[in-house]
Ligand binder design. Sequence first.
Ligand SMILES: Cc1cc2nc3c(=O)[nH]c(=O)nc-3n(C[C@H](O)[C@H](O)[C@H](O)COP(=O)(O)O)c2cc1C
Length: 189
Amino acid sequence: MGIYETILARRTIRKFKQEKIDDSILKKLLNAARHAPSAANIQPIKYIIVNDEEKVNEVFKHVKWAAYIAPHGTPSENEKPVAFIIILIDTEIKRSDYELDVGAAAQNIFLAAWEEGIGTCWMGAVNRDAVRKALNIDNRYIINTVIALGYMAEAPVVEDENGSIKYYKDEKGVLHVPKRKLDDIILKL
Ligand SMILES: Cc1cc2nc3c(=O)[nH]c(=O)nc-3n(C[C@H](O)[C@H](O)[C@H](O)COP(=O)(O)O)c2cc1C
């Protein structure tokens, strides 16, 4: 699959096979992240890999899934992510204006993961204080984002939006993700 096809195919995944991801693959994803663009090439992002079962379960308690369809987007016990990547900002390197760097790095992780058959979910709804405590993360680091990972156990579909951008599940439980139409996002001046 070429990059363009991977970009179009990638979907947020919220059901995962209970199969461990090799450490080498998780490291490969962070190597992809490290090669992302960074403003002034300052690279303020640091990462934590969480793949110890006990710690994964602990982080799982502090994230929220698929607000539009809650609780139907929350993975059940046998569909939980098998790893998390925590994206941190090292405040000794930078204290503000790092969000765009995070977006670029996260997308590199998502696309590299997809190529490996690994699904990801960007977890913005995180109880950061609880995650900090659970993983004993030093105050030097801002907890920006949490990414859930695991081999995919669902196949969401993308479609052009037709009156609503809210994702939904159909009668078969398949997740549909409406995207704004190409003609609607290109402004004609
Ligand atoms: C900044 C950001 C925060 C997000 N936070 C959450 C979240 O807390 N929980 C969740 O289930 N999905 C979260 N998502 C995933 C979005 O719901 C998902 O990207 C969107 O529905 C589009 O689906 P797609 O990624 O398959 O294109 C987040 C996405 C982004 C970009």
